[in-house]
Structure formats: structure tokens, C-alpha cells
Write a protein that binds this ligand. Structure first.
Ligand SMILES: Cc1ncc(COP(=O)(O)O)c(C=O)c1O
Length: 355
């Protein structure tokens, strides 16, 4: 078996024990004689997997009883629409924009109802004093980690309206006090499981406020009423996420993931900052993402060679997003400290050879 270090931004690296267990159970799940892929979502076996996944998520984040855990399809993009459809009724969706994904969410909200951009920053997350919500604000929306731009909030915004966060790319990577949020959501395909599954954790008393004309599948209340099984849920994706949750708990949970991400990202940022300008990262230091380290080579002509030689060394998918160019190393939970070390060593050696 040859597995190389995978720094993809999502879908991205999965824990090897999860892949191995899924492979071993692929044709016969726990002796039932068929696979998860062939199992009814209403079977007691699958309901068991579903229930345990929710329970493990509750344990990992300490999710209070007053919060619903829902599994939705349609990715982060559908959340951009569902949030204003469910929460901006009669109010104004307030958005803090600091990168590609919060910009897209704001644009979508403007199509649906009233939306206001309360902050707009580049190369950094807005500060708390820049987040003044408007009169009639229904919520404040922000993206805790901008995957493309490599920007994170180093703090949790405090506002007197429900706080809504896109945590797609830093989900389960650090402790989060869920009780301070109205809703958080995350596409699974970075830190939780396969693409096709989106987790939504929302305060129960905020649900059920959508207009009566809202399509059934776009109303969070439907998911709450039917345990996310009004329609057929993405069963295989939920099953894999179940294995990921087990792995996370065995590894020490979100506190341990936070410790590792600080360590991993520091290795790459050190390689950048100690390169005498060979590499650079323009993000304000406290806003630097721990999940997606974005950097550039001063000499852009070396970009292609940098990517090719990295791959030869078993370091894959470090090309930056097409919108910002340069490089991006995504350091999600399944990316080991060893992988980050290998990339940092390669960066140092490459800079020495080409300086
Ligand atoms: C932070 C963030 N939000 C939203 C999205 C969009 O997710 P999806 O492609 O699942 O719609 C992404 C995708 O990478 C993301 O990184």
C-alpha cells in the first residue's frame, strides 16, 4: 500500500483507520450479510449508526439539549440559501465578509431577502469593534475559517442577535461553545466525512420560523421533525462520519485536534517566516488559518517546479485555489504532524536549492 501525504482542501485526507474499517466492512456490515450501501435508512442497524453519530457529535462538542443536530444535503452552498430563508424572515441578515465563502453567502442572502454587509476585510478577519449589527438584524453570519483565503477568526464574535457560523473548514478542529451560537453548519468533506453530507447544529427555539411557502426540504423544521430522514439521507456518508467520530474520540477529541493543528500550522508558518522572503504569507498574523496555510513563492516561475517536486516526495495537492493562486497546505484533522513536518522540511530544502 502506498499512501502519500495529502494536503487537499476538500474532499481531503481521511484517517487511515476509518478507511481500513470501511474497507473491511464493505461487503458485509457486522455479519448482516450485506453492506451499508445496501441497507435501508430505516433499518434498526442504520438507525443505530445514525443515533450514535449524533450522540458522538454531542459528546465531542458538548452540544446542549436545546440544540438540534441535523444532517442535510446540498453542501455549504445550500446553507447559504437556507439560512436567510429560515432566519431572515422579517429581519435583515447581517454578514461579516472576509473571504470567498462569506462573500458567496452574503450574495445568496441578498437574492432571498434583506441582507447587510456589516464588515468587509481583506487579509484578516474583522475585529469585534467592526461588527456593529444593523437595526432589525435577524442574525450575524460569519465564516470561522475562510478555506480559500487562509483566514480564521481568532475569537468568537459577541453580538446581541443569533450568531450563525460557517464552520465547514474548521469543524471539530477545536473546542466550540455551541451555547453561544444560533446555528453552525459544516460541509463534511474536510474534517467530518465524505462530500454530500452537511451537519447543521441549531438552537431549537429558532426553528419553525420560515414562511409557510418555504419548500419542505429547505425548512430546518422538517429535519428536526423527522430526524433528518424526511427523505433518504446520504447513508454511506453518515456511516463514514460515524467512524470519524469514533476515531476522534479515541484520539482525544477536539482539544487534542486543536493542539495538533497549532503544532502543524506553526511548522509551515515557521518555514514561511524563516525563508528570508522566499515564501510569503500576507495574512495578518492572528488571523492566519490553522487549517489552510496559504503561501506564495516570491519567484512565481518556480511554482510549477515546487508542486512537481513536492509530489515526487509524496506531498500531494498543495496548489492554491485558482482565485488566489500560489500554494495552500490544508492541515485537517486527518493530516498528521509527520505530514506537516515533511512539508516544512521540503519547503526549507527547496528554498535552499533555489535561493
Ligand atoms: C468554508 C466553506 N464554506 C462553504 C463551502 C462550500 O461548500 P460546498 O462545496 O459543500 O457547497 C466551502 C467549500 O470548500 C468552504 O470551504
Amino acid at each position: 500500500m502506498t499512501r502519500i501525504f495529502n494536503f487537499a482542501a476538500g474532499p481531503s485526507a481521511m484517517p487511515l483507520p476509518v478507511l481500513e474499517q470501511a474497507a473491511s466492512e464493505m461487503t458485509d456490515w457486522h455479519g448482516v450479510g450485506y453492506s451499508i450501501l445496501e441497507m435501508s435508512h430505516r433499518s434498526k442497524e442504520f438507525m443505530g449508526i445514525y443515533g450514535e453519530t449524533v450522540e458522538m457529535l454531542r459528546e465531542l462538542y458538548g452540544i446542549p439539549e436545546e440544540y438540534e443536530v441535523m444532517f442535510v444535503q446540498g453542501g455549504g452552498h445550500l446553507q447559504f440559501a437556507m439560512i436567510p430563508l429560515n432566519f431572515a424572515v422579517g429581519g435583515i441578515g447581517n454578514y461579516a465578509v472576509d473571504g470567498v465563502w462569506s462573500r458567496k453567502a452574503f450574495n445568496e442572502a441578498q437574492k432571498i431577502g434583506e441582507a447587510a454587509e456589516v464588515a468587509c476585510t481583506e487579509l484578516r478577519a474583522p475585529r469585534q469593534d467592526e461588527l456593529a449589527v444593523t437595526d432589525g438584524a435577524a442574525y450575524l453570519y460569519y465564516c470561522s475559517n475562510e478555506t480559500v483565503n487562509g483566514i480564521r477568526y481568532w475569537y468568537r464574535p459577541e453580538v446581541n442577535v443569533p450568531l450563525i457560523a460557517d464552520m465547514s473548514s474548521d469543524f471539530l478542529s477545536q473546542p466550540v461553545d455551541i451555547s453561544k451560537y444560533g446555528l453552525i453548519f459544516a460541509g463534511a468533506q474536510k474534517n467530518f466525512g465524505p462530500a454530500g453530507l452537511t451537519v447543521v447544529i441549531a438552537r431549537k427555539d429558532l426553528l419553525g420560523r420560515a414562511e409557510s411557502t418555504t419548500p419542505t426540504m429547505l425548512d430546518y423544521q422538517t429535519y428536526a421533525n423527522f430526524e433528518s430522514m424526511y427523505n433518504t439521507p446520504p447513508t454511506f456518508a453518515i456511516y463514514i462520519s460515524h467512524l470519524v467520530c469514533k476515531w476522534l474520540l479515541a484520539e482525544g477529541g477536539v482539544k487534542e485536534m486543536e493542539r495538533r493543528s497549532i503544532l502543524k500550522s506553526q511548522k509551515i508558518y515557521d518555514a514561511i517566516d524563516n525563508s528570508d522572503g522566499f515564501y510569503y504569507n500576507n495574512i495578518e498574523k492572528r488571523s492566519r488559518s490553522r487549517m489552510n496555510v496559504v503561501f506564495n513563492l516570491k519567484n512565481e516561475e518556480l511554482n510549477q517546479l515546487f508542486i512537481e517536486e513536492a509530489l515526487q516526495k509524496g506531498l500531494a495537492n498543495i496548489k492554491g485555489h485558482r482565485i488566489v493562486g500560489g500554494m495552500r497546505a490544508s492541515l485537517y484533522n486527518a493530516v498528521s504532524v509527520e505530514a506537516a513536518e515533511a512539508l516544512a522540511d521540503y519547503m526549507k530544502a527547496f528554498a535552499e536549492r533555489h535561493s
